[in-house]
Ligand binder design. Structure first.
Ligand code: SAH
Length: 272
């Protein structure tokens, strides 16, 4: 076991020993997407920070759940490297990614929430050797999120919308959030034109949202047999307005959504 692991053997007062719960890995690409999670951890259990591969991993308990919280930074390689470290250095039991994304399906609007059922790399193309989107030698293009974990995450999103959706819409000038479940697509591109997003819609008609990390995380988790789930708040609709919409959503709204969803998700996990 790695020295950094928080899955430690604890000696109890009666001389016996038990193994504490393996932590949950929680990651985002950008600091705003984590909201106040690390501060909440600091207040609850204190934070132990371990730097590994140029990333800070924050270990502690938050909303009653032992967690390792970190930032992947942007893109598929960054995400794959970070989730790999969460698995190998920190022995996480499961991985949850929280962040923002561009809406692809026309019914997915700014302020909505998408919980992935499956993820695909839209920029992976080894044709004609392999079918478009297929990961060569793995024989797969779509990676499923863990059904139970995704259901818990979606339930937390639904509770947030029921309890705070109207207030959040009024506060941020968005429509009342809707929770969607389905395909999230990932690639090493910030999609920011009507033409580009239409092309994605045409080739992947069931895609709900586009971002830059999720499918890489889902692939690594699949390969190591670690459950993962991905939740994305829609910051933009991947069209020509995307850069401004993304920046204002990220700075003003993303943290509020993340706090609200993760608190409900982690509290339910502790209770369950
Ligand atoms: N330098 C920028 C990088 C942001 S890239 C910054 O720090 O502000 C956009 C991030 O948001 C990625 O992590 C991606 O997963 C997500 N995202 C939001 N809207 C997106 C879109 N339209 N296309 C691709 N990724 C998007």
């Amino acid at each position: 076991m790695s020295s950094a692991s928080v899955n430690t053997r604890v000696n109890t007062a009666d001389g016996g020993a038990h193994v504490t719960h393996r932590p949950l890995g929680i990651l985002a690409a950008l600091p705003q997407e984590l909201g106040d999670l690390i501060e909440a951890m600091r207040g609850e259990s204190g934070v132990r920070t371990i730097t590994h591969g140029q990333r800070d991993y924050h270990l502690g308990t938050v909303h009653g759940a032992p967690c390792v919280v970190t930032l992947a930074r942007v893109g598929k390689v960054a995400a794959a490297a970070t989730v790999s470290a969460l698995i190998h250095e920190f022995d996480v039991e499961a991985v949850v990614f929280t962040g923002v994304a561009g809406g692809v399906a026309t019914e997915v609007r700014v302020g909505d929430i998408v919980v992935a059922n499956a993820l695909l790399q839209h920029d992976l193309d080894a044709t004609p050797l392999f079918p478009r989107f297929e990961v060569p030698l793995l024989g797969m293009s779509r990676f499923a999120a863990d059904a139970a974990l995704a259901a818990q995450l979606a339930a937390a999103c639904e509770r947030f919308v029921a309890e705070e959706g109207a207030a959040s819409a009024a506060r941020f000038g968005t429509r009342e959030p809707r929770v969607h479940r389905g395909l999230i697509i990932s690639g090493d591109q910030f999609v920011a034109s009507a033409v580009a997003v239409k092309a994605l819609r045409d080739v992947l008609p069931d895609a709900l949202a586009v971002e830059m990390e999720g499918a890489a995380i889902a692939q690594v988790c699949h390969e190591y047999g670690v459950p993962c789930a991905i939740v994305r708040t829609i910051s933009d609709t991947a069209d020509d307005h995307a850069p401004q919409s993304f920046v204002s959503f990220l700075t003003e709204i993303a943290g509020t959504y993340s706090n609200a969803i993760l608190r409900r998700f982690l509290e339910a996990r502790r209770a369950g």
